[in-house]
Design a protein around this ligand. Structure first.
Ligand SMILES: [Zn+2]
Length: 173
């Protein structure tokens, strides 16, 4: 587990969670191997704390059926025109765009190059929306997450690595 060590004139080890980072406070010259072992033995506690601190992303929150219907309506009005615009700008064309209530992924691209976007995506910043749309548009060229795929995506979204890190719950991304 990733952690940072801060040495000081203290006598014991302690673990702190700060802004999603794991910080170990240790006495001067305390052996690194013992610190690592200490962190390993507290992994359960650390994971629990990290999860508590992390705010749920919009796709993870609970919605009523009415709210979902509203989100789908908004998504059709906002995401699809944007997807068409980005498709035109990039020269990557899909065989249609649609909106779904998917919660496990922000978007998908079928073998027939039909792109589906999760309605929850409307709740994200424009930067993230554009990332997901461009990600799916790049799948019309590469049906995988190869280096070529990411190289193409990076041409359209230079900050793609950073955006990807921020979009949690998106291991498909
Ligand atoms: Zn993908």
């Amino acid at each position: 587990m990733d952690h940072e060590v801060i040495y000081s004139s203290r006598r014991t080890l302690c673990i702190q969670i700060k802004d999603g980072r794991v910080i170990v406070r240790a006495p001067w010259r305390y052996p690194r191997t013992k610190i690592d072992a200490f962190v390993s033995s507290h992994e359960g506690w650390i994971s629990k704390k990290l999860n508590e601190k992390r705010e749920k992303t919009p796709i993870e929150r609970e919605y009523s059926p009415d709210e979902i219907a509203m989100l789908k309506k908004r998504a059709r009005a906002e995401l699809i025109p944007r997807a068409m615009e980005l498709s035109q700008k990039s020269g990557l064309s899909a065989n249609g765009f649609s909106v779904s209530g998917a919660r496990t992924r922000y978007g998908s691209c079928s073998w027939q190059n039909r792109i589906t976007l999760s309605c929850f995506l409307v709740l994200y910043k424009q930067e993230y929306i554009d990332y997901v749309i461009m990600h799916e548009l790049c799948h019309t060229v590469h049906k995988n997450h190869s280096a070529d795929f990411y190289a193409l995506l990076e041409r359209f979204i230079p900050s793609c690595k950073e955006v990807r890190r921020h979009l949690r719950n998106g291991d498909h991304l």
